[in-house]
Design a protein around this ligand. Sequence first.
Ligand code: PEP
Ligand code: MG
Length: 587
Amino acid sequence: MKYYHGIAVAPGVAIGLLSVVANNQLFIPRRAIDANQVDDELRRLEAAFERAQTAVSQCRDKAQEELGGQYAQIFEAHLLFLMDPNLRARVETAIQDDLVSVEFAVAQAFDFYAAQLRKLQDATYAERANDINDVKNIVLRELLAVKQGSVVDERYPVIVAASFLAPSEAAKLEPAMTLGIVTEQGGRGSHTSIVASALGVPTVVGLGSFLSDVYGACLAIVDGDRGQLILDPTPEVVDQYEQKLERQHEHQRRLEEKRSKNYATTPDGVKVAVEANIEFPYEAKTCLECGATGIGLYRTEFLYLAEKDGVMPDEEAHFQAYKEALATMGQDRTTVIRTFDLGADKTPEGRNFAREREPNPFMGLRSVRLSLRYTDMFRTQLRAILRASVYGKAAVMFPLVTTIREWRQAKMIFHDVCEEFNERGEPYDHDIALGIMVETPATVIMLDQFAIEVDFFSLGTNDLLQYAQAVDRSNKEVNALYAQESPALMRLIKRVVDVSNLYGKPLAICGQMASVPANVPLLLGLGLRALSVAPGMILQTKEICETFTIQECEEIAKQAWLMETADDVRIFLNNELKKKVSNFAYD
Ligand code: PEP
Ligand code: MG
């Protein structure tokens, strides 16, 4: 049994078999075997080579059919290498004489031939060495039960393990087939983490190197509350976790009663809107069933991220997605459709928006900047939103607006598209509210300027924290600085609350910090009355709002305000939560 510690990004516990997604180079440790395991290892070798040969033959036939003989030859050469008796003899000798695992023997033998070719210092041979590396990975994936390419394709639910999952890869995971997610890299605020929490599966990222300890199908436990991964747990530990799972199910059953009302009321009678963040339109159904006040954030960019090979969704695809979400939520619950927040880490497969590689993509061409650069794409989306607006109550929100000029340009394009509809007499909702995400310090500083013109604000604390603390939200190296309980962030939030109140503009928070139970009293104490959370957190958020009076929340905020560090604030908030909710679910 081995424990690994990482960053907990989606709560809960999962127990199951790991399935490794090989989107990175595999590292194979030297694993010794006993003499009596040699025959088994040789049998595994035989089977893996057979499967690898089938896989390569299929690639060759596909290449022949779709691309022509010249390309098929590449795979033919791979096949010949796989069938080379010298290669096979080298692997077998290592297993029999050196008593090493088949994975290690394969890695060594292939690396040996690749190194010989590289020594020749010729570009053509170097290419061949890369080919050998590719073939090695095919065999290793067969041995390790690792999935070829990016995203898993399982017939039974598994825990997905990867070195790194891009948001576009995470978006393609099948919720019913994914028990949990664990990655070596990644930070708390990464979009991969956000998709994982949308899937509602326990997730731990930034675990550091653990894939090298995985071989074959391996039993694992993901503890999304404590940020732990346990490989090969003992039966006692599995037993402990099964009990914890049962307690969590029990808590979930108690939360059922919170579904009936579409808002929460604090014990002193203050109404709090509990909205939801969604990435996919089908999630609206869950939100409705949980009694969400509305959709506070619909991250439409996932429509692009779920596409393959850089294909952009057309107007019809946008329309169908928005129609589904709007029709599900109906006229009484607003769905805030955020225009595409692409760029930085949210770049569709095979598509590069910037003209040149960006050295600092999070500071680069992303979000509304991209909409204003690619106005055709932007207009396509806006047309689809207007067409869908007759099916429910839509609001439109622009992401990462940093200057008043960007806001005015985006608004102008929106009105221009409305004008086209008017000219054609096409129906749409003429009362769509237009708002912005508040997610940079510049926007907070200039908020009074925006407050005169926008219909509403939404606090995007994931990015606001990133830009305020100058800390990459997905980088585990600096994760300690990416703390949602940061006193600096608290002060920024307070200013946003004060300015919106002064100008009478509706304000919600849709950053991940609202989905953390212990933060809810603080946010209410700072004056927020609309929280947009991950769909899986709607019921829990209502439970917490209904536990603390506003007076208690204000006292908590007052005390937190005086604290110097995010750690102090976090410990304090967790204790306050545990004092009021003696609930093992918040262990
Ligand atoms: C945010 O930045 O807080 C936010 C909600 O937007 P995203 O996480 O999609 O960047
Ligand atoms: Mg953001």
